[in-house]
Ligand binder design. Structure first.
Ligand SMILES: *[C@@H]1O[C@H](CO)[C@@H](O)[C@H](O)[C@H]1NC(C)=O
Ligand SMILES: *[C@@H]1O[C@H](CO)[C@@H](O)[C@H](O)[C@H]1NC(C)=O
Ligand SMILES: *[C@@H]1O[C@H](CO)[C@@H](O)[C@H](O)[C@H]1NC(C)=O
Length: 184
């Protein structure tokens, strides 16, 4: 009976989610540097399951707000790192890492998230440096909602992001072609 339940659970997982690889850093793995923002991808998002992270998720093109956030991000990282030595920083390219978007339950782009103790807090205000620093200091109390880091993500939400990214890429190709035409 117990075995049957286990098999059923395993089957359900295979249908609706992809179990992430083990979150443990192998012994002897290099310590992550502090005060710099590292890219995090679908191949290594499980680093976010340990430590406290401030994460930005951006669109690499066609999104002026993402562009502005990327410009202010280095200042945010520098100031936040200076006042909080335990914080780690990550940058996520939304178009290339849709599994990570599903795990973080991204609902709009760009996004800033504070990840602590398996909870993902979503920043809701403008992306100015002081507003984000305030969020870092007090995000766990002021964020309007959080979700728990799931042990597996829903394939359906990754698929939704894949469709979104495909549309964005097509739009970019059309946009580039249009600009080419204009500039000729
Ligand atoms: C995740 O993988 C990317 C690509 O290999 C690498 O550049 C990045 O440093 C890794 N991030 C972390 C936090 O280890
Ligand atoms: C660093 O930031 C995290 C997340 O807001 C917070 O929980 C922690 O207490 C801060 N640490 C210091 C030393 O300010
Ligand atoms: C942090 O958030 C709590 C709860 O919303 C609030 O009472 C407190 O004043 C905030 N502190 C700062 C420094 O913003």
């Amino acid at each position: 009976m117990v075995r049957l339940a286990l098999v059923a659970a395993a089957a359900a997982l295979a249908v609706c989610g992809q179990p992430p690889p083990a979150a443990d850093t192998p012994a002897g793995a290099p310590e992550l540097p502090t005060g710099v923002s590292l890219p995090v991808t679908d191949a290594n998002f499980t680093v976010l399951y340990k430590d406290t992270w401030l994460v930005e998720v951006h669109q690499p093109a066609l999104c002026p707000v993402s562009e502005r956030l990327l410009k202010t991000w280095p200042a945010i990282v520098e100031k936040a790192a200076a006042s909080n030595r335990t914080l780690r920083f990550a940058s996520i390219d939304a178009w290339a890492n849709t599994a990570t978007l599903a795990v973080l339950e991204v609902r709009s782009l760009p996004a800033i998230k504070l990840i602590q103790d398996g909870r993902v807090y979503t920043f809701k205000e403008g992306f100015s440096v002081p507003a984000v620093l305030q969020f870092v200091r007090n995000g766990t109390q002021t964020a309007r909602w959080y979700n728990r880091l799931p042990t597996s993500y829903f394939t359906i939400s990754k698929l939704q992001f894949d469709v979104f990214v495909t549309i964005q890429r097509v739009q970019q190709i059309a946009y580039d072609a249009f600009m080419d035409l204009l500039l000729k």
